[in-house]
Write a protein that binds this ligand. Structure first.
Ligand code: FES
Ligand code: FE
Length: 339
């Protein structure tokens, strides 16, 4: 208990998170289709309660707190392109400014009567929010708009672990034959040959990891598949899998840090084959794979990712994990990690 409190104090002061890297990044929070015009959604990001709401043509992401008496705005409703607080009926416009006070119809609210707002945008059918000042765009996923690829989205999937553990698991090819036996590998064909890792300020790149899979392209024929992985941001990674000659599967994987030990997983897929398989089947397969991962991810102890190389022992096939942890340390990342 004493240890967990002291770790938390290094990352937070008076409830404020100090991890600039994650504060300044974009995080997926909700599917666009789940927030219709004139409605709102509750959300949570890095222990900050948020309310997302749509006006007729606007999209807003705010702290879920009315600045008048600090009740949750998500208990209110959207009326005439404003968000109306449930307590005294104050109405806030899409920029967060109070524009109406029912108790005093002639009162002009001062500039300070404003909700705390955050940057928000939509990409790949999902609403992304940043709590800080993002230096980069949402990670590119070019195949999403390429008509030669068919696309799908799986998630969000809730998991009780640090988002960093989830990304490291995505980069860890040696778990495929065991956690996903029969789907993405087989325990008696678990050999991982040496592979290359390169790292620079833009992230980690894992090149041509080869692994035997029972049915990599849906034809029922087992063969060696080749994976390339990129860790693009601390909580964003992607992969390209060559399942057979000229057939590629691309995945973009983002993990939303709800807290240091709770996250949501989002997986966007794009394939330039299997156009005939219904989208629901593709999503069901991906959901199944992710849920297999959740069981292991929730059993990590500690739930946060240790960045000290001595904290756990490593194998040659853990080269990717080691590079990822080293990169996070260089970035100065603390949220969800143990230094
Ligand atoms: Fe929101 Fe008073 S607390 S209107
Ligand atoms: Fe997995």
């Amino acid at each position: 208990m004493v240890e967990s409190i002291s770790v938390r104090l290094t990352n937070q002061t008076n409830g404020k998170v100090h991890d600039r890297v994650l504060l300044d990044d974009w995080h997926p929070l909700a599917r666009s289709q789940d927030l219709k015009p004139g409605t709102l959604l509750r959300s949570r990001l890095m222990e900050t309660d948020l309310v997302l709401w749509r006006g007729e043509t606007t999209l807003s992401a705010w702290e879920d707190r009315c600045p008048h008496r600090s009740v949750k705005l998500s208990g209110g409703k959207v009326v005439d392109n404003t968000l109306v607080c449930p307590y005294h009926g104050l109405a806030y416009d899409p920029q967060g400014q109070c524009v109406k006070v029912p108790a005093h119809p002639n009162y002009v609210p001062p500039k300070q009567s404003c909700v705390k707002t955050f940057k928000v945008q939509e990409r790949y059918g999902v609403i992304f929010v940043s709590l800080g000042n993002p230096q980069k765009e949402v990670a590119a996923f070019l195949e999403w708009d390429d008509p030669s690829y068919r696309t799908y989205l799986s998630g969000p999937h809730f998991c009780r672990c640090s988002g960093l553990r989830a990304i490291e698991n995505f980069l860890d090819v040696a778990h495929l034959p065991f956690v996903h036996a029969g789907l993405l590998g087989e325990p008696d064909q678990a050999v991982i040959e040496d592979y290359e890792v390169s790292a620079d300020e833009n992230g980690i790149y894992l090149h041509d990891i080869r692994i035997w899979q029972p049915d990599p392209d849906g034809t029922g024929q087992g063969r060696i598949a080749s994976y390339d992985y990129w860790a693009l941001r601390p909580l964003t990674a992607s992969l390209r899998k060559e399942v057979s000659e000229g057939h590629y599967m691309m995945l973009l994987y983002c993990v939303t840090p709800i807290s240091e030990e709770e996250c949501l997983s989002w997986m966007w897929g794009a394939l330039n084959y299997a156009h005939e398989i219904p989208e629901a089947e593709m999503v069901a397969f991906q959901d199944k794979v992710i849920l297999q991962d959740v069981a292991n991810l929730e059993s990590h102890q500690p739930k946060r990712l240790p960045l000290d190389p001595q904290a756990e022992f490593h194998l040659p096939s853990d080269r990717a994990s080691l590079a990822y942890r080293k990169w996070l340390k260089q970035l100065g990342l603390t949220y969800g990690a143990i230094a």
